[in-house]
Design a protein around this ligand. Structure first.
Ligand SMILES: *Cc1c(COP(=O)(O)O)cnc(C)c1O
Length: 384
């Protein structure tokens, strides 16, 4: 039964009887997940580097073609452990146009975020803006592969190398993304993926620290488990950031079906792209030609000067039960802990994107036909 009637006039009954929400989790194999969880319960090995966590690490490393993957309790914990393991200190240059958790992760371990502007073409850190922000207090660069769009990796690596700075990638959105035909995971000193329920590969909560550096991987393994090197011996100050077996079960079952999810989201993107072509003031964010991404995020940019504002458009969509999100609004630099003008660089592109961007629903909750209907609602609203 189709949930949408397609052309009903805007009235009191929403076009979609069931709400479509940006950020709805995908559970690709419920039966397989249940059987993996049952097996974990039968083994009664529920955490502490269990067999499912080990298998997830191997599968994730093969999938991303990287030497080491260390599973952790969350992307946030992964960022913190990775930052420690690669020796970040002092000021960390990072985008303000990212999830506030990126900034929190650094602040929580005593580092200071310094925000640099992003490029309008990639929505990721603009390399020249990063270089001009480097001071004697700078102790690292943290770049987010936003929406799974890879950063300008080569230029960032070159800058980091020239200034002797560790380079960390927040790859929370980027499971399955490639840069110049190379899967992400092995760039910079480390890359950190999130397996949070709303991300493309859902592990309830969870994260993966990926790196080609043996020493960094070993440090993260120690840090995530209280610094234990044996049953009783402790090597240093660690914390508990271990992934549990149920999360690994969910993530493994979902990762096995990555191609199916990707094809599904590509279909949704194609429907949005077709329905939204040639609308003044509205454009769908597209991956740069040198990269490919997982298509988990359908990102619309609504210009300030078009026929309808971003927030008015969201209301039109909400009236039809299409519940969008303003990732990332208002931007880290305008969120209370970081809204200290002294620390700001000039961020004109970030400011503009924070006003313009809205995320449309993707994933198994909707069909390509539903996406066509959503695009038609947007087209009508922008035509008014
Ligand atoms: C989700 C997210 C994180 C945090 O990951 P968690 O697994 O939720 O801790 C970090 N950075 C970005 C860009 C994110 O979207």
């Amino acid at each position: 039964m189709p949930r949408s009637s397609g052309h009903a006039p805007v009235g009191t009954t929403p076009l979609f009887a069931t709400a479509l929400r940006t950020g709805t989790p995908n559970i690709l194999q419920p039966e397989r997940t249940r059987s993996l969880i049952d097996a974990a319960m039968r083994r009664n090995w529920l955490t502490n580097d269990g067999p499912l966590v080990q298998e997830l690490e191997e599968r994730f490393a093969a999938f991303h073609d990287v030497r080491h993957c260390v599973a952790v309790a969350s992307g946030t914990a992964g960022l913190q452990l990775a930052a420690r393991a690669i020796g970040m200190t002092g000021d960390v240059l990072m985008p303000a146009f990212t999830f506030v958790g990126t900034a929190h992760a650094m602040t929580w371990i005593g580092l200071r975020p310094v925000f640099c502007d992003v490029s309008g073409a990639t929505h990721t850190l603009d390399p020249p803006k990063v270089e001009e922000a480097i001071t004697s207090a700078t102790g690292g660069i943290l770049a987010t592969h936003l929406w799974g769009q890879p950063c300008e990796i080569e230029r960032l690596q070159e800058i980091a190398q020239r200034h002797g700075l560790p380079l960390l990638f927040d790859a929370a959105h980027a499971t399955g993304s490639s840069y110049r035909s190379v899967r992400l995971g092995g760039f910079g000193s480390a890359e950190v993926f999130s397996l949070h329920a709303t991300k493309s590969i859902n592990g309830l909560e969870g994260g993966v620290v990926a790196t080609n550096d043996d020493t960094v991987a070993e440090r993260v393994r120690l840090l995530r488990n209280f610094g234990f090197v044996g049953e009783d011996a402790v090597s240093g100050i660690g914390i508990n950031a271990k992934m549990n077996e149920f999360s690994a079960a969910m993530a493994l079952a979902n990762l096995e079906c990555y191609d199916r999810l990707h094809a599904h989201d590509q279909g949704i993107h194609a429907a949005y792209r077709d329905g939204l072509a040639d609308i003044d003031g509205i454009s769908l964010f597209e991956c740069t030609p040198d990269s490919s991404r997982c298509d988990h995020y359908a990102v619309l940019e609504v210009s300030d000067t078009g026929a309808i504002t971003r927030d008015a458009l969201r209301q039109v969509l909400a009236a039809q039960n299409v519940l969008t999100r303003r990732y990332f609004f208002p931007g880290c630099h305008r969120s209370p802990p970081y809204a200290r003008p002294a620390q700001h660089r000039s961020l004109p592109v970030t400011e503009q994107l924070c006003r313009a961007v809205v995320q449309l629903p993707t994933g198994l909750q909707l069909t390509s036909d539903d996406a066509t209907t959503i695009a038609a609602i947007i087209a009508r609203a922008a035509d008014a």
